[in-house]
Design a protein around this ligand. Structure first.
Ligand code: NAD
Ligand code: IPM
Ligand code: MN
Length: 358
């Protein structure tokens, strides 16, 4: 077996509820396949601000640097969402750890389990067979450009900025992945208006020449948002900037049935970082009803991408599939049309997946 050090950062709200199950799945895999996974815990977000005044304490960052992979939940608290004047904010922790660890590529696979065909608000015949892999650039764009607020507080701006090397490296990652899939890549930008997008498109066009076997398409973000819902099957790999990727993937969660189903892997220069795409979900936090599958599927990505444990990764995905086939559902993926579903909370659902792992 292999030996790995995993840092678990549950964060805030439902992050804590779902990450517990991601970790339990890791423990079960270690036991079944004779691996040694050792766990450390780190604080980030609102809980870290409360404890230390800092959304990403130095200690958490150090632990992150010293780990082989990181399992993250979510950060965020209604207090900050309701008061835009607060200077220290949970989200700063997440942005900082992404930047510090050089996690420039955020992979967000949108794969619909057949069992969930009826869970989405989109028609099953439109959805069936959808399988998209998003490459969201994660350490550039308007997220990290200069922010200005004038002294009179009446004007504000965020600089949308990309450098050639940033576009090149994410484009190469996306093309490499397209080669192993259906060999189609769609680059999404707003090059008809934005200079940063014109650089983006120019660089992607250049990188495309290195991949003549992959079919390249360029699409404007507004059209992409529409095409995604109209005909999701037309997409294979999608590569886009930080902000557009953030928005498009929440939209795309409806192709997989729910936000509670979407996992992600952030990779780059060093340690891989694995997290659901969803947030701390104030509306359901503390109720024990959050879907733990996004966290569990993030663990499947960790096993595959960071540890190269493909069999173990597939085992986790199969256990999720089996659980869904048995009719077990959290509220967000419950299908209104069938009565033979058993709707349950986070812990009961997580326990079913564990049973299916053994
Ligand atoms: P959200 O993703 O937290 O929730 C959006 C909707 O999806 C809510 O209705 C929620 O109940 C539902 N949902 C999300 N995850 C679910 C799950 N596992 N099971 C069932 N339903 C689920 O987005 P929001 O409400 O816009 O943001 C809430 C807070 O989370 C904000 O403070 C925001 O900044 C933060 N946030 C953090 C992350 C992150 O940590 N990566 C991501 C997005 C938002
Ligand atoms: C995500 C979140 C974050 C983002 C926020 C919380 C900073 O929405 O991980 O998708 O915008 O990247
Ligand atoms: Mn988001």
């Amino acid at each position: 077996g292999v030996e790995k050090k995993i840092l678990v950062i549950p964060g805030d709200g439902i992050g804590q509820e779902v990450t517990a199950w991601g970790q339990k799945v890791l423990m079960a895999i270690a036991k079944n396949y004779h691996h040694t996974f050792t766990f450390e815990e780190g604080i980030m977000g609102h809980v870290a601000i409360e404890a230390t005044g800092d959304p990403l304490p130095e200690e958490t960052l150090q632990k992150a640097r010293n780990s082989d992979a990181i399992l993250f939940g979510a950060i965020g608290h209604a207090k900050y969402d309701n008061d835009p004047t607060l200077k220290v904010r949970p989200e700063q922790g997440l942005l900082k750890i992404r930047k510090e660890l050089g996690l420039y590529a955020n992979l967000r696979p949108i794969k619909l389990f057949d069992e969930l065909l009826e869970a989405s608000s989109i028609k099953p015949e439109i959805l069936r067979g959808s399988d998209i892999l998003f490459f969201r650039e994660l350490t550039g764009d308007v997220y990290f450009g200069e922010k200005i607020r004038t002294a009179d507080r009446n004007t504000a701006s965020d600089l949308m900025i990309y450098h050639r090397y940033e576009v090149e490296r994410i484009a190469r990652k996306a093309y490499d992945a397209a080669r192993t899939r259906r060999k189609k890549l769609c680059s999404v930008d707003k090059a008809n208006v934005l200079e940063a997008s014109r650089l983006w498109r120019e660089v992607v066009q250049e990188v495309a020449k290195e991949y003549p076997d992959v079919e390249t398409e360029h699409m404007f973000i507004d059209n992409a948002a529409m095409q995604l819902i109209k005909d999701p099957k037309r997409f294979d790999v999608v590569v886009t900037g930080n902000l557009f990727g953030d928005i498009l993937t929440d939209e795309a969660s409806q192709i997989a049935g729910s936000m509670g189903m979407l996992a992600s892997a952030s990779i780059g220069d060093s340690t891989g970082f694995f997290e659901p795409i969803h947030g701390s979900a104030h509306d359901i936090a503390g109720k024990g009803i959050a879907n733990p599958l996004a966290s569990i599927l993030s663990v499947a990505l960790m096993l595959d991408i960071s540890f190269g444990l493909k069999t173990e990764s597939q085992r986790v995905i199969k256990a999720v599939e089996a659980t869904l086939r048995q009719g077990f559902r959290t509220m967000d993926i419950a299908n209104k049309h069938t009565e033979n579903h058993c709707i349950m909370g986070t812990d009961a659902m997580g326990a079913k997946v564990l049973e299916n792992l053994n």
